[in-house]
Design a protein around this ligand. Structure first.
Ligand SMILES: [Zn+2]
Length: 706
């Protein structure tokens, strides 16, 4: 029975360009969606621009335009990058990165507003909204409350000037905005004052939410197991409710929706209306294609037999697996069927970087004439079902696309199609009986490949498909049609061999179609067949079927194109304004309380000999791209040599003379570059690091930390 699915990708924020990091998610979702459609399921894939909040408001002000004008312009840019613009979506002739949304809308829409108001009102009736006074930094010149990232000042640790309210970019310390010395507003420059205001909270700590979320997140049904473990940490042990209430209101001026009944004095925080935007976009779709209220309700009411599937990045798991389902459950809506989280993109093994030119925009990729299906293929080959990060290695990208897609896949058709059109009028013969085993192998792989796609194990699907392509190529290599073609007496044999190769090519195209939709369409034209669906794997093209002339299907990537891409995205090493960190900072305000590990006794802790150490010398290690070699003075314990994975953040020169903490009784560890006699401590998480621990200057090397 066909399934009915409402599928979403997270909403991109409307203050910047789409880059290759974003595209991991849209390509991942699109492949899955296209696969489900090929199975005959009914899929509605919706998304929207996330348009509200302080960063948008301030950015529009700085450009001298209204927020509405800003988000409209960005909407145009995003939709062109994703699928070639709104026209393309309506006509079905997708461009851009070929993301096949059924609807792409905006959170700043009447549809979204209606859902936000409804959900809020129902939560309020359920007693799950509280109003409390909160004191925050306030800019007296702009008359606005300041999010952490809009407060700057001197680092309380190293006194560096112009540091943000949450962390120092010079010494790496983190702190709260109230710790800054001489704080000032990054918006107006004025000294902020502390001011109280009433805020609306969603009572996530209510036992009803906790009970529901324990069952919802731990049933093994809605989230990946690693996400389930993370959520368990956030929830705490039964009886230990670690969930904090969520501040869902902001004071004006704010670009967003007014909270009903507050007389324009309170607005919904952008993170409240962003996930609701999935429903807003879906309603807009239903209105656009003329669905009835009942048809729409069938997707959104509790107990619905449809599936609601969210693809997200692992950084927004808290919002999608705690706030969102708890809100829906208690506002009388259905809850998500699945929340699938993926990891981040690295390029050449490192975080994307503007100075290295690896912060690559979708627009530059397309404008330089690179084929979007190359990237779709590469991401597919790298993607699995976990939250692990994926790496775009640019050399590997060129090598793999050229060898797999051009060398193995397209090659099958290009070597055989010419003989068919020149010698046999494009008409196919019966397939070669001697190829029966390979043909059967291809057809029988339909289930395996389908299972991999269904489980989001795209890398496994691609590996299987390329094994099949290898088998097909071995057949062609062994039969040598180019040799057969030399003797007219071999014509029937040549005809059968080439017809068989075309059949191989058809089945491989079918398996690759979720990843390479445009190429698949060209192949369908060339083969003169209806759009391929999954069940076509069971059939073969009959003898007598006529195909068209072969046209060139895909070119190889030239390394020069990739070099040009990196060049085009390279920005000077001069400091640039922080890349819209406000978004991240805003979400952190209400992100999780850090999960603590299980309890240990004081005796357990005492086993670890932590000592103050002075870094006497620091050096690069030849051949190691993450390590620095540190010589430590540990006072009474003498000197130690330690290898530390902190090269990504620290210049050896900067470290000399600095105090830090070393685990002095860690068993020495033999490494490729020498023996490490201990371990220094540094902090990190998904948002950054490593940040070396600092010790007050008056401390002496060798002192015990306890
Ligand atoms: Zn500092």
């Amino acid at each position: 029975m066909p399934r009915r699915l409402l599928v979403t990708s997270a909403l991109p924020y409307a203050n910047g360009a789409i880059h290759l990091g974003h595209l991991v998610e849209y390509i991942q979702t699109d492949i899955w969606v296209r696969f489900q459609r090929m199975q005959g399921h009914e899929v509605t894939y919706v998304c929207a621009d996330d348009t509200h909040g302080t960063p948008i408001m301030l950015r529009a002000q700085s450009e001298g335009i209204t927020p509405e004008a800003l988000v409209e312009r960005v909407y145009g840019e995003h939709t062109r990058d994703f699928f070639g613009g709104e026209e393309a979506l309506r006509s079905g002739k997708l461009g851009g990165f070929l993301v096949s949304f059924d609807n792409y809308h905006s959170t700043n829409s009447p549809q979204n507003r209606a859902f936000c108001e409804d959900i809020y009102t129902r939560l309020k009736s359920a007693g799950l909204i509280d109003i409390r006074s909160v004191e925050q930094f306030f800019d007296p010149v702009k008359s606005m409350f300041l999010p952490d990232r809009y407060i700057k000042g001197e680092c309380p640790k190293c006194a560096a000037k112009d540091q943000y309210g949450d962390s120092c970019e010079v010494c790496g310390s983190t702190y709260s905005p109230t710790d800054l010395k001489n704080p000032y507003s990054a918006v107006s420059g004025a000294a902020p004052v502390r001011k109280a205001s009433e805020h609306h909270f969603f009572r996530l700590s209510d036992p009803r939410c906790e009970t529901f979320l324990r069952q919802w997140t731990q049933g093994g049904e809605h989230v990946q197991s690693e996400a389930g473990n993370k959520l368990k940490e956030w929830l705490g042990e039964p009886g230990e409710n670690k969930l904090a209430d969520w501040d869902i209101s902001r004071d004006p001026p704010y670009f967003g929706f007014e909270i009903p009944g507050t007389d324009g004095q309170k607005f919904f925080y952008v993170w409240l209306d962003a996930p609701v935007g999935y429903f807003g976009s879906f309603r807009h779709y239903c209105e656009r294609v003329g669905k009835t209220q009942a048809q729409m309700d069938a997707y959104l009411r509790p107990g619905s037999d449809t599936e609601l599937v969210h693809f997200i990045g692992k950084d927004i798991l808290y919002f999608h697996a705690l706030f969102w389902p708890a809100m829906l459950e208690h506002a009388g809506y259905r809850t998500p069927s699945k929340v699938f989280a993926h990891g981040f993109l690295t390029v050449n093994g490192e975080k994307m970087s503007k100075s290295r030119g690896t912060f690559i925009t979708a627009r530059s990729y397309l404008d330089l004439g690179l084929n979007p299906e190359w990237l779709r293929y590469y991401y597919a080959a790298k993607l699995g079902a976990t939250m692990e990060d994926i790496d775009l290695n640019l050399d590997d990208f060129v090598a793999r696309v050229n060898s797999d897609l051009v060398g193995k896949f397209v090659n099958i058709a290009s070597r055989c199609a010419g003989f068919l059109s020149k010698r046999f009028g494009g008409v196919l013969a019966e397939t070669d009986a001697a190829a029966g085993e390979v043909l059967a192998l291809l057809a029988q792989s339909a289930q395996t490949v389908a299972t991999h796609y269904e489980e989001r194990e795209f890398g496994k699907a691609i590996r299987r498909i390329m094994e099949l392509a290898d088998a097909a190529n071995q057949y062609v290599d062994a039969q040598k049609p180019w040799e057969l073609a030399k003797d007219p007496a071999n014509a029937p044999r040549l005809h059968a061999v080439c017809s068989t190769a075309i059949e191989f090519f058809r089945v491989l195209t079918l398996y690759l179609k979720p990843v390479l939709p445009r190429l698949a369409e060209q192949v369908e034209d060339f083969l003169n067949i209806a759009p391929l669906s999954w069940s076509d794997a069971e059939r073969t093209l009959p003898a007598g079927h006529r195909i068209d002339d072969y046209k060139h299907l895909m070119t190889r990537i030239d390394t020069k194109q990739v070099a040009a891409l990196v060049d085009a995205n390279k920005e000077s090493l001069q400091p640039t304004p922080a890349p819209s960190p406000a978004r991240h900072a805003e979400q952190q305000q209400h992100a999780e309380k850090p999960a603590a590990a299980a309890h240990i006794t004081i005796d357990d802790f005492a086993k670890v000999d932590l000592r103050v150490a002075r870094i006497v010398n620091a050096d690069h290690v030849a051949g190691a791209d993450k390590l620095l070699k540190l010589d430590l003075d540990v006072g009474v314990l003498g000197t130690r040599t330690v290898f530390a994975g902190i090269k990504s953040r620290y210049d050896p020169e900067q470290l000399k003379g600095r105090l830090t903490i070393v685990v002095a009784n860690l068993a020495p560890r033999k490494m490729k570059f020498g023996t490490s006699e201990g371990m220094i401590l540094a902090a990190s998480d998904d948002s950054g690091g490593p940040f070396l621990l600092a010790v007050d200057d008056a401390a002496k090397p060798g002192m015990k930390a306890k």
